[in-house]
Design a protein around this ligand. Structure first.
Ligand SMILES: *Cc1c(COP(=O)(O)O)cnc(C)c1O
Length: 389
């Protein structure tokens, strides 16, 4: 159903990249590289535009949303075995990024209707090793990031905001992604804007930015935004891998398309809002159907990714309870993470661990409000869901 239509803006951006003869962003400013190589790379322009759009000083583009999640966690500078609280309802990519950093995901239960992280549930899973919490703005809804950030500040933890589904959602007029210590976005095909695959990480903190960049670019200090690159020590050899990292670089093709899409985001979001208004009209008109709208968010402006609503228990179709996945069930059996870290006794991935998430998943469905849908296609998808209930 989600079928983005690409047009001349994307086509022109892509031809420019091909004409330039350079499909990668360049080495940037590592020791062994040419300093001019990234001067006008599309990836650089994407980062500049994204930082401006979000109002944050540092942004780093990578090859997927999951890579952006990993960059955000790596940017926090945590230690192996540190615990990171994740919502019990979210894509598995979120806790996988925690595992990749050598840390232990600890799931906290969610609000039974919105499936957003519940602050009191976060309080319930705190341990002496808790260092951070990942808040996911599921569906584009505003998670209680203000309350959770206040708690985190009190307890000395870091906060990551996963905004992969929330391009343009505001809380009290302020964009999600700007409340925590770091945020991540996905540019995968289904998201508000896309380059097929891709992601962006952003932060206010220069140290978080530099750690995230090193992690994402094989430890090469491709630092931008005027941040100093560490000087080569006299006599040291090598290309300038000053830390461990993966190669999560974004390609120029991806970056150029993402930049073209970002320039149209406001327009896309206007169409999404129209589709949401249509759904709400339809649901209000058809009060004979077994469907209930979620609570309102009067303090927020919601940029819906998909439009969720409550259906009779057992008729839901939400599948993203990570600890129920075989990967987590195996960790629970072996009592260790895939990287060999022991799972502390108080950490469990047993079915039933977060009952509100499991209950909520069984009674929620969501409609695509992709900007490419026509009114007729939307009505047809509403009919199809109602017929299926
Ligand atoms: C899509 C998504 C991701 C992962 O992004 P990919 O680009 O698919 O790797 C992470 N978190 C959330 C909330 C997502 O919706």
């Amino acid at each position: 159903m989600a079928d983005p239509k690409f047009g001349q803006i994307e086509e022109a951006a892509l031809s420019d990249v091909l004409a330039s003869g350079r499909l990668w962003r360049g080495n940037g400013v590592g020791w062994g590289s040419r300093h001019d190589s990234a001067a006008d790379a599309a990836a650089d322009r994407l980062e500049d535009a994204f930082a401006r759009w979000l109002g944050l000083p540092y942004a780093h583009a990578v090859n997927s949303g999951t890579s952006a999640n990993e960059a955000a966690i790596a940017g926090l500078g945590l230690e192996p075995g540190d615990e990171v609280i994740c919502p019990a309802a979210c894509p598995a990519f979120v806790p996988f990024a925690v595992l990749a950093a050598g840390c232990v995901p600890v799931f906290a239960d969610v609000h039974p209707e919105t499936l957003l992280l519940a602050p009191d549930a976060v309080e319930g899973v705190v341990s002496a090793r808790t260092r951070a919490v990942v808040v996911v703005h599921l569906w584009g809804l505003p998670a209680p990031v203000v309350e959770i950030t206040a708690m985190a500040r009190r307890l000395g933890w870091k906060v990551v905001e996963d905004c992969a589904q929330a391009f343009g959602t505001l809380i009290g007029g302020r964009p999600v992604g700007t409340f925590g210590d770091a945020c991540c976005f996905s540019l995968q095909q289904s998201k508000h804007i896309t380059s097929g695959e891709g992601g962006v990480f952003a932060t206010t903190d220069p140290d978080t930015y530099t750690r995230a960049v090193l992690y994402s670019s094989a430890g090469v200090p491709h630092f931008r935004f005027g941040l100093p690159v560490p000087a080569k020590r006299p006599g040291s050899v090598g290309r300038g891998h000053i830390g461990f990292g993966h190669n999560h670089r974004i390609s120029e093709m991806q970056a150029a398309i993402a930049l073209a899409q970002l320039s149209q985001l406001d327009e896309f979001n206007r169409r999404r809002a129209e589709l949401v208004a249509l759904i709400e009209l339809e649901l209000a008109r058809r009060d004979d159907v077994p469907i209930r709208r979620l609570q309102a968010f009067p303090e927020a402006s919601v940029s819906y990714w998909r439009y969720p609503f409550i259906v009779p228990a057992g008729r839901g179709s939400f599948q993203e309870i990570p600890y129920l996945e075989p990967a987590f069930q195996r960790m629970d059996r072996e009592r260790r993470t895939p990287f060999g870290l022991p799972l502390p006794k108080h950490v469990t991935y047993a079915p039933g661990a977060c009952p509100q998430a499991e209950r909520g998943a069984s009674q929620i469905r969501a409609l695509s409000v992709h900007h490419s849908l026509t009114d007729g296609e939307l009505s047809a998808s509403i009919d199809a869901i109602l017929a299926d209930l």
